[in-house]
Design a protein around this ligand. Structure first.
Ligand SMILES: [Zn+2]
Length: 76
């Protein structure tokens, strides 16, 4: 039976310069949005540039969250 298909998880940097918008994908930081079978992960970018030297960070973090929450499993 169908469950909450579009659960959205936000990954927000702590102690950043501003508050991130966690209600839609239109945060000022231009978050990395990744869609998985059972939900969506929105990874916000820290405006202080703490991940500037690591281009793959947002994608990696999204996959970590997806694994934690089992978002990448097939339905059923
Ligand atoms: Zn943000």
């Amino acid at each position: 039976m169908p469950s909450a298909m579009s659960e959205i998880f936000h990954v927000v940097p702590t102690d950043d310069w501003l508050m991130h918008e966690e209600h839609h994908d239109e945060c000022v930081c231009g978050p990395h949005v990744e869609y998985f079978t059972r939900g969506t992960v929105v990874v916000h970018h820290a405006l202080d540039g703490r991940h500037a030297g690591d281009a793959g960070w947002a994608r990696r973090r999204a996959r970590e969250v997806a694994t934690d929450r089992a978002l990448d499993r097939l339905p059923g």
